[in-house]
Design a protein around this ligand. Structure first.
Ligand code: PEP
Length: 275
């Protein structure tokens, strides 16, 4: 059995155990984007390796492609899993620069980000492309972390619900009965890297709405849907957002690049009564 399959079994077992205890898995995902060097990656993981991570926390690191295999050799245990920042929608062939789901599976990836707002904005990724990528990842046993989010204009005009529904609908139509296997990362575009975040009331309202849209496709999956919040999360605001209903974890950019901040976030979420 591959390391990735063992890891998935361990996580499934963990989820069942937590469910039986009335607890839930909480995800802390680190999107490093196009940052870090090989040396910085090694130093980060060395520093992270002595952190005490409670079993309900699932730390998912998303380093740049070239550092994935080395990172996994350096640090990998039940609480730390890995993902890629993107995946191709095709299986294989003449698609220069693309990395396939099969390759990610070979490299031991359990997750992949898809449709991050930077990919939607700079590389023309539409919700249909995102949906096809998600479906391809699922085909190879990789959990897609589908990023959705509205712009400031869309938030201000009140059109954000329609926008979010459109993004979820596209994924739901393609992923169908596997929708509950996907993770949704709600990342308002106006909150990414800006230091501005929605109020906890807005986060709750939006996550609840996304949950309801997901549940309209699969009534039985209910509590199985996982929705992460992303956008300017840091050690100063993480404790306020963590207990918000329908928030199952975080996707963190800037604050995941400095190991001290990232460890502080883990430590804060490890405190009794935080979640
Ligand atoms: C992101 O880009 O996914 C993100 C959440 O970034 P930041 O935490 O820096 O806002």
């Amino acid at each position: 059995m591959e390391r990735r399959e063992i890891e998935q079994l361990v996580r499934t077992h963990m989820e069942q155990k937590l469910e039986a205890e009335g607890k839930r898995e909480y995800i802390i995902a680190a999107n490093w984007k196009m940052n870090m060097s090989a040396k910085e990656t090694r130093a980060f993981l060395k520093e992270l390796s002595d952190t005490n991570i409670p079993e309900y926390l699932n730390i998912i690191l998303f380093p740049p492609f070239p550092y994935l295999p080395a990172a996994q050799k350096m640090l990998r245990y039940e609480a730390v899993t890995y993902g890629a920042q993107d995946v191709a929608e095709k299986d294989k062939g003449a698609y220069t620069g693309e990395v396939s789901a099969a390759m990610l599976a070979d490299c031991g990836c359990s997750y992949t980000l898809i449709g991050h707002s930077e990919r939607r904005a700079y590389y023309g990724e539409t919700s249909d492309i995102v949906a096809r990528k998600a479906s391809k990842a699922l085909e190879y046993g990789i959990v897609p972390v589908i990023c959705i989010g509205e712009t400031l204009e869309e938030r201000r005009s009140g059109a954000y619900k329609e926008v979010l529904k459109g993004q979820v609908d596209a994924a739901a139509k393609v992923c169908q009965e596997k929708l509950a296997q996907c993770i949704i990362a709600y990342e308002p575009v106006w909150a990414i890297g800006t230091g501005v975040i929605p109020t906890t009331k807005e986060i709750e309202e939006t996550h609840r709405y996304i949950h309801d849209v997901l549940a309209s496709y699969d009534k039985h999956a209910g509590a199985k849907f996982r929705i992460l919040y992303g956008g300017s999360v840091n050690e100063n605001n993480v404790r306020d957002i963590a207990p918000v209903p329908f928030v199952d974890g975080f996707l963190i950019g800037g604050a995941s690049l400095k190991v001290e901040s990232f460890k502080n976030i883990i430590n804060l979420l490890s405190l009794d009564g935080c979640l």
